[in-house]
Design a protein around this ligand. Structure first.
Ligand code: SF4
Length: 227
């Protein structure tokens, strides 16, 4: 993967476009490489994501949003965490998978996309990949990780930009998040859910979630009627 296309020496990966040289410094998001604080089988994600064994959740450090109410403050400010190489992250994907994770869930990864791609090139998980985001994303950046993502789990935090600026430092939040939501909810509406002993399949029950999800690959019986 040619990371030059991301121009990390003048980073404009996220909507903040702070322009820092990520090769030598950290931008507003606080990250210049893969840094993560915790990974484990998370039993308390949305029930259809955690299901029986838990979601293989990876909490990355740093974030483009600076929410004053952040419940993971030390993580989002990149004050906690350890640096990992793409190869080490690929091992984590495999480790979580081997432990029985229902999926791999990437939490707040938009500022790290160029660094995550080599990890997926080393090991592409056989279980679904969930992309958990505050929706403050640039579509041009997001499209690079899209081939590896099965389910998007976006928040919509604000409809009021002045509030978004005051509380999260993002003056254009609503317009950006609206475009993100529109982009990730287009095309098909398959939802992969674990279905008891039957394993993975599509399930009509989860239409509300399906608005937030996209293209989770073929179901067990290849049923495309996911509405
Ligand atoms: S991803 Fe980080 S470094 Fe890049 S523009 Fe956004 S805040 Fe700045």
């Amino acid at each position: 993967m040619n990371r030059n296309i991301f121009q990390l020496d003048n980073c404009k990966l996220c909507p903040l476009e702070c322009g820092v040289n990520r090769l030598t410094s950290k931008g507003v998001c606080g990250a210049n490489g893969i840094r993560l604080a915790k990974y484990y089988l998370h039993p308390f994600e949305e029930p259809c994501i955690s299901f029986k064994n838990g979601s293989g959740t990876i909490f990355f450090s740093g974030c483009s949003l600076r929410c004053v109410f952040c419940q993971n403050y030390e993580l989002s400010r990149a004050e906690r965490g350890k640096d990992f190489s793409p190869k080490a992250l690929a091992y984590i994907f495999k480790e979580l998978e081997d432990k029985g994770a229902e999926n791999i869930s990437l939490v707040t990864a938009g500022h790290l996309i160029p660094y995550l791609l080599p990890a997926f090139e080393i090991y592409k998980p056989k279980i679904p990949v969930v992309y958990n985001t505050g929706s403050y994303e640039k579509i041009d950046t997001l499209k690079h990780i899209d081939p590896y993502v099965d389910i998007y789990l976006p928040d919509m935090k604000y409809a009021d930009d002045s509030l978004a600026f005051r509380l999260s430092g993002a003056k254009d939040y609503f317009a950006v998040a609206f475009v993100t939501l529109a982009d990730v909810s287009t095309t098909t509406f398959y939802v992969h859910v674990a279905t008891g002993t039957e394993g993975i399949g599509t399930h009509p029950f989860l239409f509300a979630l399906s608005l937030l999800a996209r293209r989770v690959g073929a179901s067990k019986n290849n049923d495309s009627n996911g509405t």
